[in-house]
Design a protein around this ligand. Structure first.
Ligand code: GCB
Length: 600
């Protein structure tokens, strides 16, 4: 009784900023707009001045209209344009998408047009009326269309522009393919006049005996009752109610003991949320993640993160991945490797991937594309990065699998960058206290012959330090040198080696000193793993990378052919020797963890 009272009293301090993005599309009433769209490539960006968004047709034979969506080439949505037509492989610039759809208006219903992602700038019109713009190639966005959608035929036009810009996030340089287009699904979402926009439900920070959360309603009057049910199969575990305040926000905090989510037992509960006429359901796992000294604790127990990095690259077809099938293959390979953790580099991957990780029991590091050199002294860059982080958190905050928000990768040390990353880390923390904040840094230095130190001041703002180092691949050191190397870290926090590795073409053989052979890569992994085994503070690793991926920077003919070949698996799914080296290491690590648990 007193416990409940105490919990209720501290509830407001857990309040977090409510959402503005419709969450949980899978449990909504939706109409998919995926499939074939008409497209016009527009390298000189004349479509705006020619008003392509009007989808005009000549009214008489003398009318001059110099475009026609109906007779233009098609593109599949979701999907990148680069791999759908040979001439578009390297295309960067504006592309116009158009399609018709029929719709029947329904009373007391609000309708939203929802995009899973468009890389990277999208301008959207419905029936010739502009709905808005969105920047950021990897996060969802929506527009309310209730008063613009018609009963009968409608048309939607989207200009998607993947031009790289110095003030973009990412900026001009990346080591991945700049896949353009409507790369994730598009749908209409119908909700009642009063509806649940977003919600968050997790264990109260660092406690396994209470659940905390909030529900944000739209269109609600003050005092509307919000009901929350947690179910395990047919069993109703609890029902809780709360009343929305004047802004539609209702918060929850109640004591409850649940079976905890972990990679060994990815237990998900069914959570149902109802308010007025709106009903949602979601599958949510509950777990705690925290640090203690240099350890990472999952559900209060130290855990070693046996990870691997991966891009959102489709297995077998060298394109942007988007489907649950793609995700199942990639996560399946990671599990075959013995991984319990993946680093989803270097931007938020699609929602199916994260939901599947929840179900398959794979912990996730999710990252925003604050990558390499950005214009850190430009306030627009911070605003853009922060908006992408915000959208990522709003989309994925209920996924138990996500244990890290990563705010950056390999950014240069300078005061403007330090300030931006501090601000992003403060922001992530203010939005979500149930996960760890991290970032990957490659700004280590050689102190003495065999002593390396990572002193990046960014470490101060992070819960866990990410280190990228390519000893034995880039620089003057041989793989064998790794055996002698000692590491020092300025901050006494857990360290994850977020990248190491080297390139190998599947099927290329030679001795272990010959670059790009499987033997070189396997040998490099042997020595790296030896070095990491005596690295102080090491709490996990995500070697670079699970599968080969397209990169415009990797030009070496025959071997690279515009693929980064550091994959443990080729882009066609073939496992290289290093895969088995790491698999063996992870089997031993998993065995150690099991016997450690057993001896307690
Ligand atoms: C890195 C980057 C990653 C690259 C990788 C490489 O340090 O973080 O995006 O692809 O190195 O292969 O060089």
């Amino acid at each position: 009784m007193r416990m409940t009272l105490l919990l209720l009293l501290i509830a407001p301090s857990l309040a977090q900023t409510p959402s503005r993005l419709i969450a949980d599309p899978p449990s909504r009433s939706t109409i998919a707009l995926d499939g074939t769209w008409n497209s016009i490539v527009d390298p000189y960006e004349s479509g705006l001045s020619s008003r392509f968004f009007e989808n005009a047709k000549p009214k008489s034979k003398s009318d001059l209209i110099e475009y026609d969506f109906d007779r233009s080439p098609k593109l599949l949505v979701p999907g990148d344009w680069n791999t759908q037509r040979d001439s578009l492989l390297l295309y960067e610039g504006p592309m116009w998408y158009q399609r018709y759809f029929s719709y029947q208006q329904k009373p007391h219903t609000r309708t939203f047009l929802y995009f899973g992602a468009a890389n990277c700038l999208a301008r959207v019109w419905l029936n010739g009326t502009k709905l808005g713009e969105h920047v950021g190639g990897f996060t969802p966005f929506d527009f309310e269309v209730t008063d613009k959608i018609r009963s009968g035929e409608n048309f939607v036009v989207v200009e998607v522009d993947n031009t790289r810009r110095p003030d973009g996030v990412p900026g001009i340089h990346t080591d991945w393919w700049n896949y353009g287009g409507l790369t994730r699904g598009v749908k209409l979402i119908e909700v009642p006049e009063t509806f649940v926009e977003n919600y968050k439900l997790q264990l109260a920070p660092a406690r396994a005996d209470a659940v905390a959360g909030w529900v944000q309603l739209q269109g609600a009057k003050e005092g509307v009752e919000v009901t929350l049910e947690i179910r395990a199969g047919d069993l109703l575990v609890t029902t809780q109610t709360a009343r929305a305040d004047a802004s539609g926000y209702a918060s929850f905090l109640f004591p409850l003991k649940l079976e905890l989510w972990s990679p060994e037992n990815p237990k998900l509960y069914e959570v149902r949320i109802s308010a007025q006429g709106d009903h949602l359901s979601d599958q949510i796992g509950f777990r705690t993640v925290a640090t203690r000294g240099t350890q990472i604790l999952l559900n209060g127990k130290p855990i070693f993160l046996r990870g691997v990095s991966l891009h959102e690259e489709a297995p077998f077809r060298g394109a942007r991945a988007f489907s649950e099938d793609d995700a199942r293959t990639l996560l399946g390979w990671a599990k075959d490797l013995g991984a319990n953790f993946v680093r989803l580099a270097h931007y938020p991957h699609n929602e199916d991937m994260i939901r599947l990780a929840d179900r398959m029991g794979v912990m996730v590091w999710e990252e925003v594309p604050v990558y390499w050199e950005l214009e850190f002294d430009n306030p627009a860059v911070l605003a853009n990065a922060r908006a992408q982080l915000d959208e990522t958190i709003r989309r994925d905050q209920n996924r138990a699998a996500i244990v890290f928000w990563s705010i950056a990768n390999e950014t240069p040390i300078n005061p403007a960058r330090n300030a931006v990353l501090k601000s992003l880390s403060d922001f992530a923390r203010s939005q979500d206290s149930t996960r760890l904040i991290s970032a990957a840094s490659d700004k280590w230095q050689r102190m003495e012959a065999d002593t390396m130190a990572l002193n990046d001041p960014l470490g101060e703002y992070l819960d866990v330090i990410g280190l990228n180092q390519y000893i034995g691949w880039y620089g003057d050191r041989k793989p064998e040198d790794a055996d002698r190397i000692q590491w020092k870290f300025a901050y006494p926090k857990p360290v994850i080696v977020t990248e190491f590795g080297g390139g190998a073409q599947y099927g290329r053989h030679g001795d272990s000193e010959t670059r790009f052979t499987e033997e070189y890569q396997a040998n490099l992994y042997q020595h790296q793993l030896r070095m990491l085994s005596h690295m102080p503070q090491l709490a996990g690793m995500t070697p670079w990378i699970l599968m080969d991926f397209r990169s415009p920077r990797r030009a070496l003919p025959v071997i690279q052919d515009f693929y980064n070949r550091k994959g443990l698996i080729s882009d066609r799914g073939q496992r290289k020797q290093a895969f088995y080296v790491l698999q063996k290491f992870y089997q031993e690590k998993a065995q150690e963890a099991r016997s450690g648990q057993a001896s307690k």
